[in-house]
Design a protein around this ligand. Structure first.
Ligand SMILES: Cc1ncc(COP(=O)(O)O)c(C=O)c1O
Length: 444
């Protein structure tokens, strides 16, 4: 999939086994609709919306034109001390889309920055209310909140933490992971129901250990995406909300993957009927076309920080990025949100989700090595047992095999994830599932 004219020597690829990559380079040179073109001219069906980003499909004219128009009008404007019209428009649209009174938008350029921004907001909020002693953050095992030191510390994927253990933030704890591989290995379109209370440990061990009065925020992905699409038990997020309310702890939903339609609703908060105090977004907000992330927080979080009496020249929240509210990113976000609404793509994701879930379960359940299949919203994960070569080796081999057969799936350890764009057709779903099934059958 490489091309001898492309010199590979100088680029260090992120989250990629670089040595192996150089043995068999994978290079995309174009994309349109549901398909990539590779450097050697092959078509590849994008089964993962390019890292969960391209909800509306690739190369959308409406977004491209909005970006071009923006470039010709206001290409960039200093972000500090000034706003730009497109940023206000994008923020207004996001606030209108977000549930409850989540209505103050702070822009950054990635999901990692969104995690750090939300954590800082939580500290500033408590301090503004005279509770600066609230300094403990609670994440969840196998959670992913990007690669900044804040997000990495509350994150819970061992492999991402291993090299950097000595530099992890202190005062962080983790909820247990939400998965029962015995009784709820197969999930299709609904949340598992448990007799056991997964949050008892939070109430009986973690909070008493730190004392709830010291806890600033709990951060979770409503559905654990990067770990491999692990679905919260029924009532789990509601109970988390109640516990946070009881103890004055802020609840942060990291919706970098689930936001902007993946669940067939604008946000997972809508899908599960739970409004967090802060909601992190990125990826699909611009259809992945221009980097953008952000945090939308509830009125009371913003108001508390603003209510601190300060002289006119003093900044209330000393935080921000050169590219916060970049006009080109905001133009892409505005055009993306219009497109998602005009083409009713949230509704389409809701319709295609069960098509994917049913196809994956029908074709793959019972195949060799398959130990779990989980589908909810427009995403599904197939979990394979690890091979003798180590955790992730079998998943990586299946990913490579699928690619050889023209379908991009995502491997997360031994999970193979499908999360196509919302514009995906039934036949394309059937094809990607079939290619995955054949690859699993061939896997050693
Ligand atoms: C839930 C979640 N949070 C944060 C991030 C980090 O986003 P970024 O890679 O844009 O920094 C990701 C990326 O996949 C994510 O899935």
């Amino acid at each position: 999939m490489g091309d001898s004219n492309i010199k590979l020597d100088n680029l260090w690829l992120p989250f990629t086994p670089n040595k192996d990559f150089h043995q068999s380079p994978r290079v995309f040179t174009a994309a349109d609709g549901m398909y990539f073109t590779t450097a050697d001219g092959r078509k590849v069906l994008d089964g993962v919306s390019s890292l969960w980003c391209v909800g509306a499909g690739h190369n959308r004219r409406e977004i491209n034109e909005a970006i071009y128009k923006q470039l010709q009008t206001l290409d960039y404007a200093t972000a500090f001390q000034f706003g730009n019209d497109r940023a206000f428009e994008a923020a207004q649209m996001i606030a209108a889309l977000a549930p409850g009174d989540l209505n103050k938008v702070f822009f950054c350029t990635s999901g990692s920055e969104a995690a750090d921004t939300a954590m800082k907001m939580a500290l500033a909020y408590h301090r503004a209310r005279g509770q600066g002693h609230r300094h403990v953050f609670i994440g969840r095992e196998r959670g992913y909140h990007g690669v900044g030191f804040g997000g990495m510390s509350v994150g819970g994927i061992g492999g991402n933490r291993k090299l950097f253990g000595s530099a992890m933030l202190p005062h962080v704890d983790h909820l247990r992971f939400i998965h029962d591989p015995v009784n709820h290995a197969y999930i299709n379109g609904e949340q598992p129901e448990f007799a056991e209370d997964w949050l008892l440990e939070l109430e009986q061990r973690i909070l008493p250990l730190h004392d709830p009065s010291n806890v600033a925020a709990i951060i979770v992905e409503p559905v654990a995406g990067s770990a491999g699409w692990y679905i919260p038990p029924k009532g789990y997020l509601q109970r988390l909300r109640e516990i946070c309310d009881k103890h004055g702890i802020l609840l942060i939903f990291d919706e970098v993957i689930t936001g902007f339609g993946r669940m067939g609703k604008p946000f997972a908060a809508d899908y599960f009927g739970v409004v967090p105090d802060m909601l992190n977004f990125a990826k699909c907000v611009t259809n992945g076309v221009v980097p953008m992330g952000g945090v939308v927080c509830r009125e009371h979080v913003y108001e508390a920080i603003m209510s601190v009496p300060t002289p006119a020249h003093v900044i209330e929240f000393s935080h921000g990025y050169t590219y916060s509210g970049h006009p080109v990113a905001c133009a892409a976000a505005v055009a993306t949100m219009k497109l998602l609404a005009e083409e009713q793509l949230f509704e389409r994701a809701a319709i295609m989700g069960p098509v994917l879930g049913n196809a994956v379960h029908a074709a793959i359940k019972g195949l060799p090595h398959v130990i779990s299949i989980r589908a909810l919203g427009l995403a599904a994960a197939v979990e394979l047992s690890p091979s003798d070569k180590g955790v992730g080796a079998r998943g990586y081999a299946v990913f490579q095999d699928c690619l050889k057969h023209g379908v991009l799936v995502r491997s997360a350890g031994d999970n193979l994830v499908l999360a196509p764009a919302y514009v995906v057709e039934k036949a394309q779903i059937e094809h990607m599932v079939d290619v995955l099934a054949q690859a699993i059958k061939r896997a050693a």
